[in-house]
Design a protein around this ligand. Structure first.
Ligand SMILES: C[S@@+](CC[C@H](N)C(=O)[O-])C[C@H]1O[C@@H](n2cnc3c(N)ncnc32)[C@H](O)[C@@H]1O
Length: 220
């Protein structure tokens, strides 16, 4: 189980490629396409990007939505993120009222938190309708090897699609779609491999990442 202090210390100092680095955009763009094809919500929708990091998804999402709030518990990460209304906060105790957002999006958060079920319950609480998740796919051999050898990533070994689905349902949400995709990682894939690895940007059961779309029952 990840330890909060260890994770916080790690992300306080971590340094990632810029959101406009070509390999980062090759990682984020296909996932954003899946998201936007799934959602049919207007530009004015209120969107929360949880665990926003240095802005890998906040940057492209500001081009889709006018009202973006971004949250992270690392002030180091938030300082680098120039997109959206920034807020220092913990995923396990979000500083927002119930149903404050139309969409709550997270990428690569749940396998870093002490209690992913509690984080999902918080996401479900603050979303009026949509919740979108991007997490590692433990069935991908490269992803599993990376999770096994990297102490802060180790909980990723549990993140099979079935494990994520179960937690989402336990948080009271309705599953709408789930898929695995991609062989490009935002910080490790060398630029020269990007054109070749784009071939795996569609739905692909052994993709390195899984995406899950769910709905809360909070719409009045
Ligand atoms: C692996 S990075 C992912 C960043 C970005 N979402 C992406 O996909 O590149 C994980 C992020 O989650 C944040 N994080 C981890 N635990 C958190 C928590 N309990 N509350 C808020 N943010 C957290 C870290 O500070 C870090 O920015």
């Amino acid at each position: 189980m990840p330890r909060r202090g260890e994770q916080h210390e790690y992300f306080q100092k971590a340094s990632y490629r810029s959101p406009i680095h070509p390999a980062v955009q090759a990682y984020s763009a296909p996932k954003l396409r899946f998201l936007m094809n799934f959602l049919h919500i207007p530009r004015r929708a209120r969107v929360l990007v949880l665990a926003c990091g240095n802005g890998i998804f906040s940057e492209p999402l500001t081009r889709e939505f006018d009202d973006l709030t971004v949250v992270d518990f690392s002030s180091g990460m938030l300082t680098e993120n120039r997109w959206g209304e920034r807020c220092l906060g913990d995923a396990l105790k979000l500083p927002f009222r119930d149903g404050a957002f139309d969409l709550v999006f997270e990428a690569n958060l749940l396998h870093h938190v002490v209690d992913p079920r509690a984080a999902l319950a918080e996401m479900a609480r603050v979303s009026r309708r949509h919740v979108a998740l991007v997490e590692p796919n433990a069935w991908n051999p490269l992803m599993s090897a990376f999770s096994a050898i990297t102490p802060v990533e180790r909980a990723g070994l549990k993140f099979t699609p079935a494990y994520l689905r179960r937690m989402v349902r336990q948080a009271g949400m309705t599953l709408k779609d789930q898929l695995c995709t991609g062989m490009i990682t935002q910080n490790l894939t060398p630029g020269f491999l990007v054109p070749i690895l784009r071939a795996f940007d569609g739905r692909f059961p052994l993709g390195m990442y899984q995406m899950l779309f769910a709905e809360t029952g909070n719409r009045s």
